[in-house]
Design a protein around this ligand. Structure first.
Ligand code: BTN
Length: 259
């Protein structure tokens, strides 16, 4: 990635500082360390390659050089955002969906943090919070996008089918322009985090709406039923076989193929 062009392109946005690395362990780790020593709101860490990229549930996240978009945004949530921190993953997901929509694609959000194209994962989000006593001090929103075909891990390493933008578009889009579009959407949507229209947009973009799914929650009993929508905190509402609505706050959603 051309660092000069990156800085120049992002200069039109109201960001904090920018740190670019040709290669790094994990942009989220760098952002967490930077935030702890005082980074401004909307400071961003971007890397061409990650050697120890992390996904949810401590899964590795593959970021070979020149194939992917990997960045971490540092947020200092404002007072009016603090009651809605659980919606930030939705804010990032909607920003990605919006940017992919500008490429003529029809993305869907697989709750809580995956973006799907043609039913396959093209991007993931990892949010991490640091507390100062009872209050959130800062939040890191890590985003990984499979831009070129080489960003998609070997099938044996996948827990869910994956795809890249290049697979769908026929060519890999420009990573810097894509990043600019994602950040533009994030900045524009952020003031609407508290609103009903934000929740409606998030709900409208959900994959498998009204369909039979299974939500795996580690050692807890899996929940099965139809996706009924989102709670106001961004939790997933599942309508089970007994007509009860079950609220799910974390987990991996899988479509259930019922005969
Ligand atoms: C997931 O799907 O489980 C979340 C993947 C998040 C990956 C991104 S890449 C940039 C940032 N740095 C990391 O180490 N992880 C996130």
């Amino acid at each position: 990635m051309d660092q000069q062009e990156l800085i120049q392109t992002l200069s039109s946005l109201p960001l904090g500082d920018i740190r670019y690395f040709n290669s790094i362990g994990s942009t989220n780790d760098e952002a967490l360390t930077w935030a702890a020593t005082g980074a401004d709101d909307l400071s961003i860490v971007i890397a061409d390659e990650q050697t120890a990229g992390r996904g949810r549930l401590d899964r590795p996240w593959f970021t070979p050089p020149a194939t992917a978009l990997a960045f971490s945004l540092i947020l200092h949530p404002k007072a009016d955002e603090k009651p809605h921190l659980s919606r930030i993953v939705g804010l990032a997901a909607l920003s990605l969906a919006d940017a992919f929509g500008k490429l003529g694609l029809a993305p869907q959000i697989k709750w809580p943090n995956d973006i799907l194209l043609n039913g396959c994962k093209v991007a993931g989000i990892l949010t991490e919070l640091t507390w100062a006593g009872e209050e959130v001090d800062y939040m890191v929103v890590g985003v990984g996008v499979n831009v070129a075909k080489g960003a998609v891990p070997a099938i044996e390493a996948l827990t869910f089918p994956a795809i890249s933008l290049e697979h769908v578009l026929g060519e890999a889009p420009d990573r810097i322009r894509l990043l600019h579009n994602i950040l533009t959407s994030f900045i524009a949507l952020r003031p609407h985090l508290h609103s009903a229209s934000f929740m409606a947009a998030w709900e409208k973009s959900l994959a498998y709406s009204g369909r039979e799914v299974q939500v795996e929650m580690g050692s807890e009993q899996a929940v099965t039923g139809k996706i009924a929508g989102l709670g106001s905190d961004g939790s997933l509402r599942i309508l089970d076989a007994h007509g009860r609505t079950v609220t799910v706050r974390f987990g991996d959603v899988r479509l259930r193929l019922v005969a």
